[in-house]
Each structure stands twice: as structure tokens, then as C-alpha cells.
Design a protein around this ligand. Structure first.
Ligand SMILES: Nc1nc2c(c(=O)[nH]1)N[C@H]1C(S)=C(S)[C@@H](COP(=O)(O)O)O[C@H]1N2
Ligand SMILES: [Mo]
Length: 187
């Protein structure tokens, strides 16, 4: 692919994926960890880590754009498509958004229309290896078409909602639509 054409306005390329988050690195205990899918769904789920890793696997290459201006191109993510998990939980017709809730209190939210895209994964792997803990292992959301604060690390709960609940950065002045190609950095 033509890399220059892949950089949104105001972004520069970095070769290695930086580590960026607020708060401490959460501890992962495989024996007690679970993923909960709840809210406006017909079939609420509580999956242990083995069950998550047994979900249909997708590998997808995409670019990653942080609002602070770095982009890391050509990330090969491995995980389950958000929409495959949503199909298992069977979201109710009135559900329009999902709030992603993480260890250590971080949240973000997105319209289901954005989350159902082909390139949106709940990922456990990057570039042929399990994710490093600091990049979100055991499970992170990846939403390549949005600034990376939507790509929540250490996901534990997914809540389907009728109305949108603003996430951690979205409540603090960052754009909720967060489209890097339109430079939607601030609300
Ligand atoms: N749980 C959690 N997820 C998070 C964040 C965070 O603070 N906490 N920061 C976000 C931001 S602003 C960015 S740029 C990316 C960085 O991901 P990386 O550290 O894997 O590069 O994680 C996103 N996901
Ligand atoms: Mo970011």
C-alpha cells in the first residue's frame, strides 16, 4: 500500500507502537478473568478467557492513529470481530451504541454502526504474537477508523445501550466522532 496516502492530516508515522494509557497496568488472572456482554441484548454473555479465545478468529491489517499525532501503520491484529460477538449476544433492535468498560475504569463508546465494521476487532494478538500486556492483553478493542482513544485496552464489559454514554476522554473534551481523516480531535 502507498504509505504517504495512509497518513491522515496532522499525523506523522512512528515505526514502533508507543505505549499510551492513563492509570496502572491491570493484572491479568486467567482463572478469574471474564468478559461480560450485557444491556440491550437478548442473550447476555459471560465468557471466560478460553471461551473468548475459542471465538471465530479474524486477522486484519490496519493503521492506528493517536490523537496526539502519531500513527503506526500496518498493524496485523488477531481477534474476534466485534460484530461476531454481537451476533452471539443478539443486540435488541433498540440498541444503538455500546459502552466499552475496561479494567482500571477506562471507558469509551461508539455507535453500533461503527463497531459492526469489518476491521473492528476485540484483539488478543498483534503482528503474529499475543499482545503485550501494555498494549492491552488479554483483550483490547481496535477501531482503526477512529482516533486510538476509542481502541480501549483491557476490555472487561461491553454494554449495549439505547442512548450513548460518553467515554473517559470524550467527557474531557475529546471528539466523540473522532474521525482522523476529518481531524475531529476535540469536541
Ligand atoms: N484501558 C485503556 N485503554 C486505552 C487507553 C487508556 O488510557 N486506558 N488509552 C487509549 C489511547 S489514548 C491510545 S493512543 C491507545 C494506545 O494504545 P497502545 O498503548 O497499545 O499504543 O490506547 C487507548 N486505549
Ligand atoms: Mo491516544
Amino acid at each position: 500500500m502507498d504509505k504517504p496516502g495512509r497518513l491522515p492530516p496532522g499525523q506523522h508515522e512512528v515505526k514502533a507502537l508507543p505505549v499510551l494509557h492513563i492509570g496502572p497496568l491491570p493484572r491479568f488472572d486467567r482463572a478469574t478473568w471474564d468478559l461480560e456482554v450485557y444491556g440491550e441484548v437478548e442473550n447476555p454473555l459471560r465468557l471466560n478467557y478460553d471461551q473468548v479465545r475459542g471465538l471465530p478468529k479474524t486477522i486484519d491489517e490496519s493503521d492506528f492513529h493517536c490523537v496526539t499525532s502519531w500513527s503506526r501503520l500496518g498493524n496485523v491484529w488477531e481477534g474476534v470481530r466485534f460484530r461476531d460477538l454481537a451476533a452471539l449476544a443478539r443486540s435488541k433492535p433498540e440498541a444503538q451504541y455500546a459502552t466499552i468498560e475496561c479494567d482500571a475504569g477506562y471507558t469509551t463508546s461508539l455507535p453500533l454502526a461503527d463497531l459492526m465494521q469489518d476491521d473492528v476487532l476485540l484483539a488478543w494478538g498483534l503482528d503474529g504474537k499475543d499482545l503485550a500486556p501494555e498494549h492491552g492483553y488479554p483483550l483490547r478493542l481496535v477501531v482503526p477508523k477512529k482516533y486510538a482513544y476509542k481502541s480501549a485496552k483491557w476490555v472487561r464489559k461491553i454494554k449495549f445501550t439505547v442512548e450513548e454514554e460518553l467515554g473517559y476522554w470524550e467527557k474531557r473534551g475529546y471528539s466523540d466522532s473522532a474521525d482522523p481523516w476529518k481531524e475531529e480531535r476535540y469536541a
